[in-house]
Design a binder for this molecule. Structure first.
Ligand code: SF4
Length: 362
């Protein structure tokens, strides 16, 4: 069982980002933190049997919280879910939002893993991506996390971004390897609706070229696996023993609670989503204790398709039970899938096409 908390604040809004987020504005952050803890109390009352083993603070930019608010939040979490019973406490962070004292506080308060949003080490690309930090700033932030003795650090990177050359991606990967993080996430940019990038994509200013995606995907695969990283999910690479426990829980279909505005949770195949409006969220929590907005029961077919889509992205692959009536033989003949021991897996050739493969099998 896993717990996700959504902290929606960002200093700048990146033009490709489709998560629920906004600048802090006039939000009283102390009230917001109290609302998160109140909602957690409400959820724990509804599900007293839950045993939470991992916690993930995402967003948004959780590292943007002041040291005081971070301290209140993490101490409040620890009082409700003893961190001693958890295997992993992850916090997302952006370069430029912390210095050594805040990073040391994270370690002291029990954070075991930081996921640092770097995206690129190419200054031109950082401008195109609307990032509010420099490449040097990202490197400095990484060293600060190491100095603060954060047990595990992930770097988030993106490829197939507008104007990115193969050489630029190669240099970004090499710079990442020079730092030797425990974990690397390499995401292929997707043009999501309701983003500034999507408008540019629709107008033809930006394009999405499968050949480029494939080339840059394999460049990451070859570079990182050649440097000793295990490619354990389509977008994720880890040094031995450093895989994300929390994310593996999602991919395996474990239950999870979602706390905070827009957060999604799923318990016993019943999925809910909270109100995606921070002011409305705080008000609802103060009056009701929860901010549930929508929910759906996942029937057997919806569950099967979801398992197929998530598990096929992993190195373990997916049980053939989730194929249902789908016939994978054409994909096997084309060298995109293999089946053995009642598990279906993508080949190296199929891995970069996993989304299309899932669509074909659905
Ligand atoms: S910092 Fe992260 S969450 Fe915030 S807008 Fe950029 S990508 Fe989205």
């Amino acid at each position: 069982m896993h717990l996700y908390l959504h902290i929606p604040f960002c200093h700048e809004i990146c033009p490709y980002c489709s998560f629920y987020k906004h600048k802090p504005g006039k939000t009283a952050q102390g009230e917001f933190i109290n609302a998160l803890l109140t909602e957690l109390d409400w959820q724990l009352q509804q599900h007293p049997q839950l045993q939470i083993s991992t916690i993930y603070l995402g967003g948004g930019t959780p590292s943007l919280l002041s040291s005081t608010h971070l301290s209140t939040l993490l101490k409040g979490l620890n009082a409700r879910i003893p961190f001693s019973q958890c295997t992993e406490i992850t916090m997302e962070a952006n370069p430029s939002t912390f210095k050594l004292p805040k990073a040391q506080l994270m370690t002291q308060l029990g954070v075991t893993r930081v996921s640092l949003g770097v995206q690129s080490f190419d200054p031109q690309q950082l401008t195109v991506l609307g990032r509010d930090h420099s490449a040097e700033g990202a490197i400095e932030s990484y060293h600060i996390l190491r100095e603060a003795q954060l047990p595990s650090v992930n770097l988030d990177l993106m490829f197939s971004t507008p104007g990115q050359t193969t050489e630029s991606w190669r240099k970004t990967l090499q710079q990442a390897l020079d730092l030797r993080p425990d974990h690397l996430s390499c995401y292929n940019l997707t043009y999501e609706e309701d983003t500034a990038y999507f408008k540019k994509f629709l107008s033809g200013d930006y394009t999405d070229l499968p050949e480029t995606n494939e080339e840059l995907y394999y460049l990451a695969e070859n570079t990182l696996t050649g440097a000793g990283y295990e490619h354990y999910e389509t977008s994720n690479y880890a040094l031995p023993g450093c895989q994300s426990v929390h994310n593996q829980g999602y991919w395996s279909g474990n239950d999870y609670l979602g706390i905070g505005p827009s957060a999604v949770g799923c318990i016993n195949q019943r999925r809910y989503q909270n109100l995606a409006d921070t002011a409305g969220y705080i008000q609802r929590i103060q009056s009701l204790g929860h901010a549930l907005d929508t929910h759906e029961e996942l029937d057997a077919e919806a569950w099967r398709l979801e398992r197929l889509a998530l598990e096929l992205r992993t190195q373990r692959g997916c049980s053939t039970d989730y194929l249902g009536e789908s016939d994978p033989s054409a994909l096997i003949e084309h060298g995109l899938l293999t089946v053995s021991d009642q598990r279906i897996k993508t080949t190296i050739k199929g891995a970069s096409l996993v989304d299309s493969i899932v669509e074909y099998l659905a």
